[in-house]
Design a protein. Structure first.
Length: 260
């Protein structure tokens, strides 16, 4: 079993899209490491309540924060709620994103699917980073922002090109705000590879053999569950990563191996 260290003792963390999947596991892991956690959701209240219950079972506490990250007014309201509850926010994990999971081919692209991905993945990430980053800049301790990206930017996506484009945009958001908010607030992108979330397990291509193909091409030889890399994501917000900002960190079992 992975050793859990109290890296966030006395800290506060907000995770967007924390009602299910990777976001829920990041939120629970932060609680296991000592943080109080704000659990964001848009429509999955039942999932968010379950995440908050797991946070309390881990010996910590938190709050639920509901809102549409596509709306700046709602983002401001959510920020007010977080600061009112905690008095400060040390870490923001911008996890929420639209992956167009029902789309199996680029030929299936619709205006609605394009707009949904851009509104959530691009506009939402930018506005959350902007609003929360500005407030972190004004507080004594600064803060950390981790934007959850994707390895899809390395290879592109014949399935959903709008998703690859949106995730590429997150790199520009990360680098821009890393410069604007430094040195008090660090901003980094964490890029997990495929993780066996419930959403992925239900995809038609996953059921029809793609999982086995990807495993055969992955040096580490497996596709992990989301809790396997939640701690890696949070590492970017620890003091151990204090000299990292504007970075893009892969955690994909060696599938892409990009770099110098």
């Amino acid at each position: 079993m992975t050793q859990i260290y109290p890296r966030f003792e006395g800290k506060t963390v907000l995770v967007t899209g924390a009602g299910t999947g990777f976001g829920a596991e990041i939120a629970v892991r932060a609680a296991q490491e000592g943080a109080k956690v704000a659990v964001h959701y848009r429509s999955s209240r039942a999932g968010a309540e379950k995440t908050l219950e797991r946070i309390r079972e881990a010996g910590s506490d938190g709050i639920l924060v509901q809102g549409d990250i596509g709306s700046w007014d709602e983002i401001r309201r959510m920020a007010d709620e977080v600061w009112e509850a905690f008095g400060t926010l040390d870490v923001l994990v911008n996890n929420v994103g639209d992956v167009s999971s029902e789309q199996m081919s680029w030929r299936e692209l619709t205006q609605e699917a394009l707009d949904a991905v851009v509104d959530i993945d691009v506009k939402g990430t930018l506005l959350m980073t902007h609003e929360f980053g500005e407030r972190m800049l004004e507080q004594p301790g600064g803060g950390n922002i981790v934007n959850v990206g994707s390895t899809v930017i390395v290879r592109g996506s014949p399935r959903a090109p709008q998703y690859a484009a949106a995730k590429y945009a997150i790199l520009g958001i990360t680098k821009s705000y890393a410069k604007v908010l430094a040195p008090k607030v660090r901003v980094n992108t964490f890029a997990p590879g495929f993780m066996e979330t419930e959403r992925l397990l239900q995809r038609e291509d996953w059921k029809s053999g793609r999982r086995e193909v990807l495993i055969s091409q992955t040096p580490m030889g497996h596709i992990p569950p989301p809790e396997f890399v939640a701690g890696t994501c949070l590492w970017l917000a620890t003091d151990e990563a204090a000299h990292l900002t504007g970075s893009y960190m892969l955690a994909d079992g060696g599938f892409n191996m990009v770099g110098a």
